[in-house]
Design a protein around this ligand. Sequence first.
Ligand code: NDP
Ligand code: GDR
Length: 343
Amino acid sequence: MKRALITGISGQDGSYLAELLLSKGYEVHGLIRRASTFNTGRIDHLFQDPHVPDARLHLHYGDLCNSEQLTNIVYNVRPDEIYNLGAQSHVKVSFDMPEYTGDVTGLGTTRLLEAIRRSGIATRFYQASSSELYGDAPAPQNELTGFRPRSPYGAAKLYSYWMTANYREGYGIWACNGILFNHESPRRGPTFVTRKITMGVANILAGRQHKLYLGNLDARRDWGYAPDYVEAMWRMLQQDRPDDYVIGTGEVRTVKEFVEAAFGHVGLDWREHVAIDPRYYRPTEVEYLLADASKAKRALGWAPTVTFRELVKIMVDHDVQAVRGESRVPSALTGKPVASLAA
Ligand code: NDP
Ligand code: GDR
């Protein structure tokens, strides 16, 4: 039985990856942070009582800021594969918390790579690199495009990208970077633009919210479906040699097009409900990201299975259902706490 360790298992991608690996027969270990409330909502359906002898999901308290604990977990679990998905992953928040973002999203990767090197175990390492590395580099972007990050988040991920490459070349660690473009799902965090829009649509439809406040509607993104992307992560670690791969759909849309499609799907006119609030602007914006994923297609046999229209439908339908099913709307769905944070 193969054993995997996932940092960020409680996040969008970590939850889908845990599902995928469990379905393939892996024993899955996940790093979670201690919080005053439960932060495992995305993986509760996968929970197995650890007292059951054949339980295959195990959670460990830890933090990417704590190297001693990372080394202990890596040494004791001795995973065959490590997926480093943990990060302060919000670009706008990274402008508010640049030092913290550098610590978790940048140095956290080095701490994990050092944990591997010091424990001397043979493992395969996946680093969650990002299209944010490209910043304002001309589109379409592929593995040969130069990096020009435009945020503290992008700069921290750039450091992690190069540390991964350097540990591969310097110490022979089997490590690869997945340079993933935006990917979304009903499990997407509520302050990322797609989910903010689809939750807004659901609340407006139910008469629980009147306005949806957004920032730059002109930014262009290549949006895919998260479950497709965790499949790509797994495929990267099954190759004969470690390498770096771009993953994206090759289809680009503006934020405005997402808004139009989401409101249009339930018969609403977005112009009546969307307002611009400059607080959601970023000091420096990434305007145009479009993946050229031909290397992944060729080498990994990977291709996206969900189109832009289907993605919008999946997310809107989910949120409309969720609002209908709630007798009392959870605070995260009312838009109030979300709207009060500039993210
Ligand atoms: P999420 O924000 O949904 O999840 C982030 C995860 O990291 C959560 O499990 C979070 O835990 C955990 N985490 C945050 N800080 C720490 C810390 N100090 N120590 C340990 N764990 C921590 O991100 P996604 O699932 O969307 O993305 C996964 C990874 O892929 C991230 O690294 C992201 O930057 C990167 N990425 C994402 C893309 C996307 O479009 N989704 C595209 C390209 C890259 P908690 O639940 O406790 O907050
Ligand atoms: P991004 O995703 O920055 O691309 O990073 P996000 O959904 O936050 O923004 C996408 C674009 O939408 C614009 N935008 C808004 N964004 C947010 N969050 N809130 C708003 O109200 C709003 N209005 C307009 C943004 O300016 C931006 O242009 C995501 C994260 O998952 C990263 O971790 C990952 O690395 C990259 O995708 C690839």
